[in-house]
Write a protein that binds this ligand. Structure first.
Ligand SMILES: Cc1ncc(C[n+]2csc(CCOP(=O)(O)OP(=O)(O)O)c2C)c(N)n1
Ligand SMILES: [Mg+2]
Length: 312
């Protein structure tokens, strides 16, 4: 189990480090919102899921996409704006999707995929399927009207959905305390009758809690469940750099999160030889994915007029 967790954590971290490295060359054609530091949330949750379970993410979505099994080559090609990308090069980093892996998409508009996710969960329930939906969103999304409407509807219809609020304390540069009079996110979910719990930045604990919730939903217990996962964004809101010089947060605030790096923690739980083998495999997979993106063509100009409307 530790090996699989480490592989996923290390892979996401290294993919994003490579993205950060290459970003200044302008080969990547869209803004990038990196999850470096937040990988444990996606990995802890997605390891608890089956392949037919479904996830909806956000514009900070590289980690969820990869943790759920989204295709790496198509992801990098998408960032490069290439025709072989997972959205044919038209969506970029903020709109990753891989329906074969049940990564059902992400959006640049804060909060929107919460409503998409409950719609999907309603359909699953209606069809009496035993798949589970997971909706990922940030602490900023809980301020949106769609969050509240969705909580109510999901509770009312007892939907098979797990809500994952990735609380990194900030919406862009604004701390939760400057945006919310009551900062307890779980209380918001509880007020709609949804069981809600806060989880520390701990990938194994996350896995256990989410596994139990998923098992309960599959056994027919009424949903939804809500988890607030405490985490921290190491890089700037958007882009490859650090941003402590901006003054809205400090290196001192970040330090405990850096010290608690879950990638390093899991590395220490895997035997050295096994770890090296994992790292070698992942590095060559990443290299191949970037080579694939480099070698792929840009979309034809005729593609400008396709995928604009849904055609029957
Ligand atoms: C509806 C809407 N309002 C505002 C924005 C501008 N915006 C982009 S990201 C962001 C912050 C969201 O913070 P959070 O949900 O905590 O996610 P994080 O970036 O921390 O992962 C905002 C306000 C937007 N994209 N959509
Ligand atoms: Mg946030």
């Amino acid at each position: 189990m530790y090996e699989q967790f480490y592989r996923s954590l290390y892979r996401i971290r290294r993919v994003e480090e490579e993205i950060a490295k290459i970003y200044p060359t302008d080969k990547i054609k869209s803004p990038v919102h990196l999850s470096i530091g937040q990988e444990a949330v996606s990995v802890g949750v997605c390891e608890a899921l089956r392949s037919d379970d479904v996830v909806f993410g956000t514009y900070r979505g590289h980690a969820v996409y990869l943790a759920k099994g989204g295709d790496l080559k198509q992801m990098i090609a998408e960032l490069y704006g290439k025709a072989t990308g997972c959205a044919k090069g038209k969506g970029g980093s903020m709109h990753l999707i891989d329906t074969a892996a049940n990564v059902m998409g992400a959006s640049a508009v804060v909060g929107t995929t919460i409503a998409n996710a409950i719609g999907y969960a309603y359909a699953l329930k209606y069809q009496q399927k035993d798949s589970i939906v997971v909706s990922f969103f940030g602490d900023g999304a809980v301020d949106e009207g769609v969050f509240h409407e969705s909580m109510n509807f999901a509770a009312l219809k007892k939907l098979p959905i797990v809500f994952i609020c990735e609380n990194n304390s900030y919406a862009i540069h604004t701390h939760q305390r400057q945006r919310q009079f009551l900062t307890n996110v779980c209380d918001r979910a509880s007020s709609y009758g949804i069981p809600a719990e806060t989880i520390e930045d701990n990938v194994l604990q996350l896995y256990e809690k989410v596994s139990a919730a998923v098992a309960a939903l599959r056994a027919g217990e009424p949903g939804p469940f809500f988890f607030e996962c405490l985490t921290y964004r190491w890089k700037e809101h958007v882009g490859p750099n650090e941003d402590f010089h901006l003054g809205y947060r400090t290196q001192e605030e970040a330090q405990p999160w850096l010290d608690n790096d879950q990638v390093k923690r899991l590395a220490a739980l895997v035997a050295v030889e096994k770890r090296q083998a994992i790292e070698t495999e992942v590095e060559s997979e990443i290299q191949e994915a970037f080579n694939f993106a480099e070698a792929s063509p840009f979309p034809e100009s005729s593609e400008l007029f396709t995928d604009v409307f849904k055609e029957n």
